[in-house]
Design a protein around this ligand. Structure first.
Ligand code: NAD
Length: 484
């Protein structure tokens, strides 16, 4: 049982050390028992996960309010409802996605079975980040189960209340032999990563992503790394500014910017910048009033360390065009826009992950492309323009995990799109079918038989070799591609 093995560093009265090798071995034994393979078992677990979310929604809202001072609306929209939608989509499609595929075959395999079987990997480790701690743990967990794996989930210790909720609640709903949750911080995770897993799915920073990949390499364990980075916005003078500014600011203010795909910084001309600031003042006033700190819709920064890091970005008051109110006791930072920002400023050196939007001036889309391409590949790239050529120009000449034109963040809710990074923003992707595929090994199976006719055709491969047999073999294997 999970509860006997795990410990909580947050409620650490009686430290029961986790026996990591034993923990993983128990999961491996459970996987080897074959329990996770039947589709019925998988569907039952996934439905239980959905039940857990619906029956415990008020506990989840309370946990997020405790961790991030997050409001009910955002917790429902971006965690509970969002995860339930993905679960429903999985349930609608799991039968089809898990079915054996029969790809087209050549003449040489006319009498054979050519199949792609969907195999689970075995024991999967999921490590989620703290900023959306429900969906970032439960979606990969659901995917691992859907594909027939055993799974061990390690939520981030930083979102303390949500981690505790997951640790205490998941065993009440899911099969505890196959689906385990453990708690722990850096030292526990370091020990955990010394174990051999069959797949690791990590969400978090690029720095820790490297540690995870290095650990996985020890056993050649495949990984998905859902990382972060600076997601740029380019905006030109063709847009409907009232609409565009609302969309960009929502992306920066939701969860107070602690979103991996939050618009990080903005590139535009000085003229567009003036129009944007003018609109932004109106919008932020309309949303949060004169005293944003009193407004219930704004969350707080997760830790003092992150708060201090963010406050340091806004020390230079001359660059603050809007906002800049802070409160250390509450870890509150009001939505803030900085102008006249230089690419060498400290705020442009790392992912912001807070409600501060720096604007950098460029003269045109070409300069924006050069700016973006001179930095690490972003997780998301946002382009605001009514001009289709500008959209194509930027999409075709940059590399990013995803692109959204004329909005932000919403691509994460399109379940038919892969969600993931490229380069320093990550490797691999999930959501929708990509979640199922991530945790599935596609096993190529060639099923031959003892058909006599087939053997006459294929015997040309056997010695004694001859030019005549080579000709027959070539004809059998010949492909007729339509060349471009
Ligand atoms: P993090 O990397 O600090 O922590 C995530 C996990 O790593 C936690 O489980 C933590 O215990 C563990 N960890 C921390 N230090 C470790 C160490 N030294 N050795 C081993 N494990 C360690 O990330 P974070 O601060 O929790 O999350 C913020 C980052 O995650 C941002 O960069 C954000 O963009 C990114 N993110 C990405 C996505 C995505 O889907 N691509 C989603 C959310 C967040």
């Amino acid at each position: 049982q999970t509860a006997d093995l795990a410990e909580s560093p947050q409620t650490n009265d009686k430290q029961v050390p986790i026996n990591y090798p034993e923990l993983v071995q128990q999961s491996r034994d459970a996987f080897n028992s074959g329990k996770t393979r039947p589709l019925e078992w998988r569907i039952k677990q996934i439905k239980q996960l959905m039940r857990m979310l619906t029956e415990n929604s008020s506990e989840i809202v309370a946990a997020l309010a405790s961790d991030l001072h997050r409001c009910k609306f955002e917790t429902f929209a971006l965690e509970i409802d969002y995860t339930i939608q993905e679960i429903k989509y999985m349930l609608m499609n799991i039968k089809e996605w898990s079915a054996t595929e029969k790809p087209p075959k050549s003449l040489a395999n006319f009498f054979d079975g050519v199949e792609i079987r969907k195999d689970p990997y075995g024991v999967v480790l999921v490590m989620g980040a703290w900023n959306y701690p429900v969906q970032l743990n439960l979606l990969p967990m659901m995917g691992a189960i859907a594909a027939g794996n055993c799974v061990i989930v390690k939520p981030s210790e930083i979102a303390t209340a949500t981690a505790k909720y997951l640790y205490e609640t998941i065993p009440k709903y899911l099969d505890t032999d196959c689906c385990r949750v453990i708690m722990g911080g850096v030292s526990e995770t370091t020990e955990l990563l010394k174990q051999r897993f069959d797949y690791i799915f990590y969400t978090g920073s690029s720095t820790i992503g490297k540690i995870v990949r290095k650990a996985a390499n020890e056993f050649l364990t495949p990984v998905t790394l859902e990382l972060g980075g600076k997601s740029p916005v380019y905006i030109d003078n063709t847009v409907d500014m009232a609409m565009a500014a609302k969309r960009i600011l929502w992306g920066k203010c939701v969860n107070v910017g602690q979103t991996c795909i939050a618009p990080d910084y903005m590139l535009c001309t000085p003229e567009v910048q003036s129009k944007f600031i003018e609109e932004a003042k109106k919008i932020l006033q309309e949303w949060y009033g004169d005293n944003p700190r009193e407004n219930p819709d704004l969350a707080r920064i997760i830790t003092d360390k992150h708060y201090q890091r963010l406050v340091n970005y806004i020390n230079d008051k001359t660059k603050i065009a809007i906002g800049g109110d802070v409160n250390p006791a509450e870890k509150f930072i009001s939505p803030t826009i900085l102008t006249d920002v230089k690419s060498t400023d400290s705020i442009m050196q790392e992912e912001i992950f807070g409600p501060i939007l720096p604007i950098i001036n460029v003269n045109n889309a070409y300069e924006a492309i050069n700016f973006i391409n001179s930095r690490e590949k972003p997780l998301a790239l946002y382009i605001f323009s009514k001009d289709k050529e500008t959209l194509s120009l930027i999409i075709n000449n940059t590399s990013s995990g995803s692109v959204v034109a004329n909005d932000v963040i919403l691509h994460a809710a399109v379940e038919t799109l892969p969600f993931g990074g490229v380069g320093y923003s990550g490797m691999g992707a999930y959501h929708g079918k990509f979640t199922f595929d991530t945790f599935t090994h596609k096993k190529g199976c060639l099923i031959r038989n003892y058909n006599k006719v087939a053997e006459i055709l294929a015997k040309s491969r056997f010695p004694p070799y001859s030019d005549e047999n080579l000709k027959i073999l070539r004809r059998l294997l010949e492909r007729r591609p339509s060349l471009p």
